[in-house]
Write a new protein. Structure first.
Length: 101
């Protein structure tokens, strides 16, 4: 607790240039142009990878939904429609002898 109070009471130096070790210039410790280019490349690459991943996940979900609906239609359609056709009625549930209204 004593160290926290001491750290809060110390006033910062008004001269920010005095923070480097003697013998170093600011040009020697900054990333420079190549650092910026490499960082920008990594950001762009990560963005493209995320967009591609989202697209692939969406495609897989859609295919799973379509397959699920197809299986449900096959399972539900074969048992229900087969019973309707066997009883002589139409598949839509109307037993009007095939006459349209």
């Amino acid at each position: 607790m004593h160290h926290l109070i001491l750290a809060l009471t110390v006033t910062p130096s008004p001269d920010p240039t005095g923070t480097l070790r003697p013998g170093l210039s600011e040009d020697q410790v900054t990333p420079g142009t190549w650092g910026f280019v490499l960082t920008a490349f990594i950001v762009i690459l990560t963005t493209f990878l995320i967009v591609d991943m989202v697209r692939r996940i969406r495609r897989v979900r859609y295919r799973a939904q379509v397959e699920e609906a197809r299986l449900a239609a096959e399972a539900g359609g074969s048992s229900e429609d087969g019973n309707r056709y066997e009883s002589g009625g139409r598949a839509d549930g109307n037993d009007d002898g095939g006459q349209a209204r």
